[in-house]
Design a protein around this ligand. Structure first.
Ligand SMILES: NC(=O)C1=CN([C@@H]2O[C@H](COP(=O)(O)OP(=O)(O)OC[C@H]3O[C@@H](n4cnc5c(N)ncnc54)[C@H](O)[C@@H]3O)[C@@H](O)[C@H]2O)C=CC1
Ligand SMILES: O=C(O)CCC(=O)C(=O)O
Length: 471
């Protein structure tokens, strides 16, 4: 038998074939018989660490759809696992998405693809969603959890990029640099200082002091700004920043107001006509969070009246699906009016679009997906309880990992353990989030015929949402 070190050296194709030592049962997937290698002399190890690599079923059977130009680092990592990966540069119209999603076990998206109930209902084989971004508002997280679909994101890999963009925008707005640049592009020299300012000594008001807001706070202070912030949570101030108790106070005091809150019902139109009233005359507004946070017609009025001296928007209620698409009134009815305003920076949702951020997100999210597909660990999942078990080792032959996602109702553990009762349950862990519970158990003394029986019995329980057996 090959030693683990020798196994590492085998060709990728052979590796992909030979690691097919596990199976998974989803509500609709057909049962995959354990390969002959299960428990036999041909059992192949893929790591040198003594850790046994579990695989859900033949690796080449795992189908992954990546949309919205997910970074190559992520695509490559997933492909290296032997999975079938299809990567598209754009998001898809809903009907096309529904056609495609029926077939896949894993989908990777960014902020544009809407995985709503209508779409997820058709995703019969889907076990996991990777949001290659921070925001997860584009996914119906509750529906996904109730159907055993885990959702992962990258909680802070692009935070710094957004914070740096905002610093740039503060200076560009204060100096009317966008307008000057446009004028000169059009052949007009217009050297002015009226209404142009240094940012030193000005007050930055940050709404939402999370990963991005707090990072921005540090950068802004380093540039000589005073920072105040408003957040629904009481949070430790960095540097000499100060938390203010109300949004109104922040709006009254800030020269620059910047929004870094998630898309929630409570943050919809958080800055609308009454809030513009509270802002200082000649102040500036920045939004690189979500398009729903600012009432754009109210912003257009505030700009036309001179209440605000400028604004920078990176996000919009409706955003084009692909590069090259038009940003016109057919997309947002006020688009052309917005485009005509003075000292308004409009960027195409690029807050997190840097090489550094996209590469890091590609690695981070693809790793979470691989971990989930191969070992069932939910660490970092945003909609399921976070559950993990230490890896099975190479010595643990004829062990299987049971993953049972179920409704959180009384008596389930007893029934599950009755089903697992003929085997030694080496380790078991369970946790719940809202109405959904996630159970992982490693059992030993399992042979290939037991696996189908265990799986069928678990699938027969009324509490079952999704069963997977990895070995
Ligand atoms: N333009 C872009 O490319 C990007 C945009 N984003 C957006 O930025 C948002 C913020 O990102 P992070 O800082 O990482 O999120 P975070 O979750 O770390 O911080 C959000 C903060 O907002 C606070 N908050 C929630 N509701 C609030 C309310 N009603 N009023 C005041 N504060 C409230 C929270 O308590 C939290 O401190 C994301 O949800 C995402 O939508 C994120 C990355 C890139
Ligand atoms: O880069 C993207 O596509 C989305 C960035 C973003 O808005 C996020 O990370 O939430």
């Amino acid at each position: 038998m090959a030693t683990p070190a020798q196994d590492i050296a085998i060709s990728p194709n052979r590796l992909a074939r030979t690691v097919s030592n596990t199976l998974s049962v989803s509500p609709t997937a057909t049962f995959h018989s354990p390969p002959n290698s299960f428990g036999g002399a041909g059992f192949v190890r893929t790591r040198t660490t003594g850790e046994k690599q579990l695989k859900p079923f033949d690796t080449q059977d795992i189908k992954i759809l990546l949309l919205e130009n997910v970074n190559e680092s992520g695509r490559q990592k997933l492909a290296e696992q032997g999975y079938q990966v299809e990567a598209l540069k754009t998001s898809l119209p809903e009907e096309e998405l529904i056609e495609k999603i029926r077939d896949v076990h894993v989908i990777g998206i960014r902020s544009k693809t809407k995985l709503n109930e209508r779409v997820l209902r058709e995703a019969k084989n889907l076990i996991v969603v990777g949001c290659f971004c921070i925001g997860t508002n584009q996914v119906d997280l509750e529906y996904a959890a109730k159907h055993g679909i885990a959702v992962f994101n990258s909680p802070f890999a692009n935070s710094r990029s957004v914070a740096e963009l905002v610093i740039g925008e503060i200076i560009v707005l204060a100096r009317q640099l966008g307008d000057r640049s446009n004028e000169l592009h059009n052949g007009t020299w217009n050297k002015v200082s009226s209404g142009c300012w240094e940012i030193r000594g000005k007050t930055l008001g940050i709404i939402g002091y999370g990963h991005i807001g707090s990072q921005l706070s540090v950068l802004a202070e380093a540039m000589g700004m005073s920072v105040i912030y408003y957040d629904v949570v009481n949070l430790m101030a960095l540097g000499t920043a100060t938390q203010v108790p109300t949004l109104e106070q922040l709006l009254n005091e800030a020269d620059f107001v910047t929004c870094h809150v998630p898309e929630l019902p409570e943050t919809k139109n958080m800055i609308s006509a009454p809030q513009f009233e509270h802002m200082k005359k000649g102040s500036y507004l920045i939004n690189a969070s979500r398009g729903s946070v600012i009432d754009i017609p109210a912003l257009i009025n505030a700009s036309r009246s001179g209440k605000i001296a400028g604004a920078a928007l990176d996000v919009y209620p409706s955003e084009p699906a692909a590069n090259g698409d038009y940003f016109t009134n057919s997309l947002n009815q006020w688009a052309e009016e917005l485009r005509s305003l003075k000292n308004i920076i409009l960027s195409p949702h690029i807050g997190g679009s840097t090489e550094e951020a996209q590469r890091a997100i590609g690695f981070e999210v693809s790793e979470a997906l691989i971990r989930y597909v191969n070992s069932g660990a939910t660490l970092g999942a945003v909609n399921l309880p976070e559950v993990t078990l230490r890896s099975l080792t190479l010595e643990e032959r004829n062990h299987a990992r049971i993953i049972y996602i179920h409704h959180n109702v009384p008596g389930v553990l007893r029934k599950v353990n009755e089903i697992l009762g003929d085997h030694n349950v080496d380790k078991q862990i369970t946790d719940n989030k809202n109405e959904v519970a996630y159970l992982m158990a490693d059992i030993s003394n399992v042979n290939s015929s037991d696996i189908k029986e265990i799986s069928d019995n678990l699938e027969g329980l009324s509490s079952r949402i999704l069963t997977r057996v990895l070995f």
